[in-house]
Design a protein around this ligand. Structure first.
Ligand SMILES: NC(=O)c1ccc[n+]([C@@H]2O[C@H](COP(=O)([O-])OP(=O)(O)OC[C@H]3O[C@@H](n4cnc5c(N)ncnc54)[C@H](O)[C@@H]3O)[C@@H](O)[C@H]2O)c1
Length: 319
């Protein structure tokens, strides 16, 4: 299968490319990335010379360029990771989020429509479901209502609705995956866990929003990309798949795990003004992908956290 991967120089896309090339010898990948501030191609050095891999710097909003790439490389599937992905930035300036996350997705869906029959997998997020309250023990299922609370998640929800509409209206063979918070090597330094690790390694205080009680479900990135490849290979057309780790922690607990690794006191946590519209709790029910596609997370939080911290320490501080 010839696959166009977008946003493959980012965190999750780069892990997907390495996993897919390793796992499936019949796959070839064209990695299209605009190379924004969030991109870093160094993680893909080991496949640069692989004849099944090609990198092209381009913008997914450039529809003609995407169309040309699909024709030139006989693309059979698109997996769309490309996005503006940092909630804090979307609160400061939402325009780039609407452009890439919505217009960019539309540009790719139009390519799929014009080329007919191209498989399309949209990488979405649990944030499109909005927030559960602390005393609400439910989990988000694929049937949960989309109730995004910040411009990032609203742009991702808008993209999901476009993908659904291209399935219903044009019969494009789509899937949408909605995953919880990822962690692992090669995440941009602005995100929570890399910030905690890099600051702890310099014995600096750890900035935590509000009272630190917000809850997230954490999934190791390598478990996420295994799920995405399964969806691409075996997903039932038109279906949404939730992906999660059943691994909920408050931000305080995550910070304390990192401090414990470095042997630093929990008093190094320093509370800062809360994020606007900060969602209280995300929690994912991943039963469907477990039952339909036989996926299970394989990495415990304890293992994944140590691997992640060690990766950042070996790489040195590039934040
Ligand atoms: N990080 C998470 O915890 C998480 C969880 C669930 C879902 N997701 C989703 O997974 C996808 C990947 O997330 P990530 O954390 O790897 O993001 P990231 O910010 O690390 O990477 C995004 C990549 O997209 C590229 N890009 C941005 N705009 C582009 C454009 N217009 N054209 C081409 N490339 C462009 C960037 O250069 C970057 O390499 C996103 O769609 C995100 O919404 C992320």
């Amino acid at each position: 299968m010839n696959v166009l991967v977008t946003g493959g120089a980012g965190f999750i896309g780069s892990h997907f490319i390495l996993h897919a090339l390793e796992e499936d010898s019949s796959i070839t990948i064209v990695n299209v990335d605009r190379l924004t501030y969030a991109a870093d191609l160094s993680y893909l050095q080991e496949v640069e010379k692989d004849g099944r891999y090609l990198f092209v710097q381009a913008d997914i909003c450039d529809h003609d360029k995407m169309l040309q790439l699909v024709y030139d490389h006989h693309i059979e599937a698109i997996v769309n990771f490309a996005a503006e992905s940092h909630v804090d930035r979307s609160i400061q300036d939402s325009a780039p989020f609407l452009r890439t996350n919505i217009t960019g997705t539309h540009s790719l869906l139009e390519v799929a429509r014009k080329c007919g029959g191209i498989r399309y997998v949209q990488i979405s997020t649990d944030e499109v479901y909005g927030s559960l309250s602390f005393d609400d023990l439910r989990l988000f299922t694929e049937q949960s209502v989309l109730q995004p609370n910040n411009p990032y998640s609203a742009s991702k929800a808008g993209a999901d609705l476009l993908v659904r509409s291209y399935y219903e209206t044009h019969g494009i063979p789509v899937n949408i995956t909605r995953c919880s918070n990822n962690y692992g090597p090669h995440q941009h330094g602005e995100k929570l866990l890399p910030t905690l690790i890099q600051r702890s390694s310099r014995q600096l205080s750890l900035p935590i929003y509000g009272d630190g009680k917000n809850i997230r479900d954490w999934l190791y990135v390598k478990d996420h990309v295994r799920a995405i490849l399964l969806v691409l290979q075996k997903g039932k057309i038109g279906e949404v798949y939730n992906i999660g780790g059943t691994n909920e922690w408050t931000n305080n607990e995550v910070a304390k795990h990192v401090l414990d690794y470095f042997g630093l006191p929990h008093s190094n946590i320093s509370y800062v003004s809360d994020r606007l519209g900060h969602d209280q709790r995300y929690a994912i029910d991943a039963t469907k992908i477990q039952q339909q596609l036989g996926w299970q997370p394989q990495t415990t939080f304890a293992q994944g956290l140590v691997e992640t911290i060690e990766w950042y320490l070996e790489r040195g501080d590039k934040s």
